[in-house]
Design a binder for this molecule. Structure first.
Ligand code: NAD
Length: 481
């Protein structure tokens, strides 16, 4: 079956095809997916522009119904889509089904949100004049997504874009086109008019760059690396396009002496190693006060020894493979860098040999814990994006907070403590967009804002009611009656 681009309501082959392979088992070819070129990108933007006048002024009931149908189909097919996602990205089957479920819930949430877009009416300072403040769609929006959440991140951009009356040109990560294509196919059959939603697959350098620079794109929402995001921000600023960036993290998890040790270990293992550590909200710096440090490290080692690394689709696998050979190489490189900087390898530390269905191995790495690290080391400053966590020993809460904030990033920050005073202080003073008390730094709700500070994010928040800040523009109308 051909997996083509969706442009103006038609499935169109690209000039080239790219292979989508299973990182648990490199002999498993999931499919060959079209790769668009710049001409197809132009056609997708033109289709979206042509569809915009009718879509943006059409019935919000029709929009809501379509989003609800999309959400319902995703939820009904969660097992099948979860298997596809686990097969192409490498997170475990239960994690993948969880991601698919969240995607369905997001579409259902925005089916309601498009009926609730409200404005304001104020009296004017001039007698006889009224002022209305309303929100209107931006126009054609470009959406660029990374490989680590192949359906949830597309969902949390596409659903609000459509709900508020925008037309969409969507470019997924070229490593994981399978979930994106299936989502596009579901959207295509939902009753949304041709051209309102377009899918162009391919490499960032080939079609991502022209999408960002296209004069027909009024707003660009990107999730991915800091390096690419910063360039996109400059390009958008140059031509006056609205831009929203969600980028990397180096999220701290503070563990205080008064923490429940078993709970602290569980939430650190969860957020540092599950999903192979490939989450922007993963905990990678475990900042531990000296009274609990040795007991914490010992308990972590014991818990990590029981983690099963293996094929993402096998029952009982706790940690799947890295998503690609390049990501595996990066994980191993950072473990070497940390050891050269003086860190002690407390657990894990290398590639794992796990044989999959075909007998070929994938890109497996053992969950790794590094101790005796300091805040200045590269392992504590740069994002690894793998199942690698480092422990920083600190004297007390004040030092823990200072170390937690000593980072260029600011996405999510966690604290494990039984002290109300420290929990409340940390919630107020952690320099991050999201704060977790006795919960993993990864794992968020779909109906509330998501995003960070400093190098982690730029522009308005995503998700929940706050999504309207990016996907709409405000109009102030004065009327003399
Ligand atoms: P990436 O920056 O390499 O790629 C992201 C997307 O940008 C892909 O679709 C890619 O094809 C595209 N792209 C690449 N070059 C481009 C260019 N020149 N112009 C336009 N588009 C281009 O990131 P990745 O490796 O896919 O994802 C991993 C990164 O994503 C990590 O840094 C992670 O922290 C981040 N991430 C952030 C969040 C968040 O919400 N903060 C969520 C998930 C992932």
């Amino acid at each position: 079956m051909p997996f083509d681009n969706l442009i103006a309501g038609e499935w169109i082959a690209g000039p080239q095809r790219g292979q989508n392979r299973n990182p648990s088992d490199t002999a498993d070819l999931i499919g060959e997916y079209a790769q668009a070129d710049a001409a197809q990108l132009d056609a997708a933007v033109a289709a979206a522009q042509a569809a915009f006048p009718a879509w943006s002024t059409g019935s919000i009931q029709a929009r809501s119904d379509a989003l609800d149908r999309i959400g319902a189909e995703i939820l009904a097919r969660r097992e099948e889509l979860g298997v596809l996602l686990a097969r192409e990205e490498g997170k475990t089957r239960p994690e993948a089904i969880g991601e698919v479920t969240r995607s369905g819930q997001i579409f259902k949430f925005f089916a309601g949100e498009c009926l609730r877009l409200s404005g304001e009416t104020l009296p004017s300072v001039r007698t006889g004049v009224g002022v209305d403040i309303t929100r209107e769609p931006m126009g054609v929006v470009g959406l660029i997504t990374p490989w680590n959440f192949p359906i949830a991140i597309p969902a949390w951009k596409i659903a609000p874009a459509l709900a508020f009356g925008n037309c969409v040109v969507f470019k997924p990560a070229d490593l994981v086109p399978g979930s994106a294509w299936t989502l596009a196919e579901i959207i295509h059959r939902s009753g949304i008019p041709s051209g309102v939603f377009n899918l162009v697959m391919g490499r960032g350098s080939v079609i991502g760059d022209p999408l960002v620079q296209h004069p027909g794109i009024a707003a660009l929402s990107f999730t991915g690396s800091v390096e690419v995001g910063r360039r996109i921000a400059l390009q958008c600023a140059e031509r006056g396009a609205k831009v929203q960036l969600e980028m990397g993290g180096k999220n701290p998890q503070v563990v205080l002496d008064d923490a429940d040790l078993a709970q602290a270990v569980e939430l650190c293992v969860q957020s540092a190693f599950f999903s192979t550590g490939q989450r922007c909200t993963a905990s990678s710096r475990l900042i531990v006060t000296e009274g609990i440090h040795d007991r914490f490290v010992a308990a972590m080692r014991e818990r990590m020894a029981g983690l099963r690394v293996g094929d993402a689709l096998h029952a009982g696998t706790d940690v799947g493979p890295a998503a690609s050979e390049a990501q595996l190489a990066q994980d191993l490189r950072y473990i070497d860098i940390a050891r050269e900087e003086g860190a002690t390898l407390a657990a894990g530390g290398g590639a794992a040999q796990c044989h999959s269905g075909s007998g070929k191995t994938g890109f497996f790495v053992t969950p790794t814990l590094l101790t005796d690290t300091t805040p200045a080391m590269r392992i504590n400053r740069e994002e690894v994006f793998g199942p690698v966590a480092s422990v920083i020993r600190v004297k007390d809460y004040d030092e823990a907070l200072a170390v937690a904030n000593d980072t260029p990033f600011g996405l999510s920050a966690g604290i494990a403590t039984s002290s109300l005073r420290h929990a409340v202080h940390f919630k107020r003073h952690a320099q991050s967009g999201m704060v977790m008390v006795n919960l993993p730094t990864a794992g968020v709700d779909y109906h509330v804002p998501f995003g960070g500070r400093k190098a982690s994010s730029y522009g308005p928040r995503e998700q929940g009611r706050y999504a309207q800040e990016f996907f709409t523009t405000v109009k102030t109308a004065y009327t003399l009656a």
